[in-house]
Design a protein around this ligand. Sequence first.
Ligand code: 13P
Ligand code: SF4
Length: 344
Amino acid sequence: MQTHDHSTPSWHPALEVRYAPLVEKLERLIPCMEVPLHLPWIDAILELKRRRGAVIMAHSYQSPEIFHGVADVTGDSLALAQAAADCDSDLIVLCGVHFMAESAKILAPDKTVLIPDLEAGCSLASSITAADVRALRVQHPGAPVVSYVNTSAEVKAESDACCTSANAAQVVNAVAAEFGVDKVIFLPDRYLGVWVAQQTGIELVLWDGACEVHEKFTALEARHTRERFGARIVAHPECAPEVLAEADFVGSTSAMGQWLAKQKPTRVAMITECSMADNLRNQFPQVEFIKPCNLCPHMKRITLPNIHACLRDLRHEVTVPNDVAISARRALQRMLAVGRSELV
Ligand code: 13P
Ligand code: SF4
């Protein structure tokens, strides 16, 4: 295929042979009739990726045909931020939402970072602006700001440190100790904030943001799933406190995988985005997954055809103004340093 060939790649029997192990894996994770529809796109993307020397990074909420079919690096938002910082390719395609691509660009400023759909946003990131953060600082003088990575580059630039759900409590503890305070501004997810306050015992000033996917889950649903199906309940801390109270384990997407590896439950319900269960199902064939049906509409904007167009036309480049990137990088690096057990 030529670089600017806009034709749709088509299926042929040789693809089934060339990708036999992938076909076997995907047939267990998605309706088997869909696999032949994806294979031509996967083949064309892998060829373009090779020619471009690109690295494809995919979040755990990406659909299985992306996660297993074309990604070089997969993981939660922390793992992707770390991979971008350590990446040695000049071209990164971020299959996730916009704030993740911005984090990659901030941590790898000399790389070209592309996102297949610029509209892949996040209800948390859009809930707060840089001006809101400045106003919070005026209302709470001396309190440092920890912002969840699910924020814009401008909000990160106004923050003292970033965190993900995998390290939020650690970062809040480290920042409170570094600044010598017992009150921290934590934004924008109010539910994650309540959970972190419980873990740390530190007073947190919260913002009224929420994830539009996780806030849909109810305590009744979680209880019903346990009682009706005898399932262990694993929930993401972006869920409401009454849902978390029903859970056997609360943790980030990476922590959920670690918990499954240790606990090896017979049956588990994943109270998080739908694709997470699909992507873990492959890793834990002995576990029966009860899959919720809440999809993130932003994550699902990323598709094989738009990844292909992204690599073919080198679109859509994610850029961050230099002054914003410098301050945002400081906040992200403080987070990464906490993970490496040292403060910058
Ligand atoms: P993780 O930080 O666990 O990857 O979650 C990101 C996210 O968007 C959750 O909804
Ligand atoms: Fe944002 Fe929620 Fe989608 Fe994660 S699942 S990207 S927090 S809207």
